[in-house]
Design a protein around this ligand. Structure first.
Ligand code: FE2
Length: 289
């Protein structure tokens, strides 16, 4: 029996966050990993970094490679500088987004631009289809002012980063996974409803406050991440306090995944080739970093 397209998407699973470190000792909470891919396709990884202590992030992410997918960084507080071997330079401030298509290969570094104070953001890995994994790399650095904010009835405000809402289109260029990336702020008692194509994967990332998800009003608390059901409208309400959450959705690719560290391909042979290429200096042009 196929899912009812008129249904409300209910909360299917809370994705637990686990504290870990990456880069040069940056402390973060990792939610998705590629082990979740069967449920989260096309999303491979989701990290949240949130600290006011410079020692938790000062080392940043020294030069490292990626191949086969896209990395998406949304910064809520603090500053991060980006440099890569394709000659791209970026300086992310609060509310800005970086959408980096690693494809056949990028080596980049990400460096916090502060000694102390709140650094808060999210990094998402979005898979690429086999046909684009070895395509040309690309980079989009999106200043906060370029992200449209839609005002909806009831005091709801939505920043449209990728995809479309209420006739407003986010600045992220069209991608093969047709991503939707919204930052939604609900006033107390407010409500948000949005149709996402049937079969697309939907993640809710609770940024602040508590949300009530679906017809069953399942509670999603601050810093929790949830996977929703496969069909119908995304419906989220706020309780007596305001709530803020990210809606991240995309078209599943349904292709095999082979993963090793910063490389995500379709077969083990392609992973071995990525490692060979990186070690032989063929993956990148580090002299341009
Ligand atoms: Fe990276």
């Amino acid at each position: 029996m196929s899912p009812d397209p008129t249904a409300t998407r209910e909360l299917v699973q809370i994705v637990p966050g686990r504290p870990t470190q990456d880069g040069a000792g940056v402390k973060l909470d990792r939610y998705l990993t590629p082990r979740w891919y069967a449920s989260a396709d096309p999303f491979l990884l989701l990290d949240r970094f949130h600290s006011e202590r410079g020692e938790d992030y000062a080392g940043g992410f020294p030069p490292h490679p990626h191949r086969g997918f896209e990395t998406v960084t949304y910064l809520l507080a603090g500053r991060m500088r980006h440099g890569d071997d394709q000659g791209n330079r970026g300086d992310l401030g609060p509310g800005s987004v970086q959408w980096m298509t690693a494809a056949r290969g990028i080596v980049h570094e990400e460096t916090p631009q502060q000694q102390d104070g709140l650094l808060w953001g999210y990094q998402l890995w979005v898979n690429l289809p086999a046909s684009e994994k070895m395509g040309p790399p690309a980079y989009q650095d999106i200043d906060a002012a370029r992200i449209p904010e839609v005002q909806l009835p009831g005091g709801t405000r939505v920043r449209v980063i990728a995809g479309e809402l209420d006739g407003r289109r986010g600045p992220v260029r069209p991608r093969p996974t047709e991503p939707l990336y919204l930052d939604v702020q609900l006033a107390p008692g407010g409500r948000f409803s949005h149709r996402v194509p049937q079969g697309h994967t939907v993640l809710l990332v609770q940024v602040e406050g508590e949300s009530l998800v679906g017809a069953k009003a399942a509670a999603l608390r601050a810093h929790q991440v949830a996977l929703l059901g496969p069909a119908g409208d995304v419906v989220v309400g706020a309780g007596p306090a305001q709530a803020r959450f990210l809606v991240i959705a995309g078209r599943p690719l349904r292709e095999p995944v082979a993963h090793h560290g910063p490389f995500v391909m379709n077969t083990d042979a392609e992973i071995a080739a990525a490692i060979d290429d990186y070690q032989a200096g063929r993956l990148s042009r580090p002299e341009r970093l």
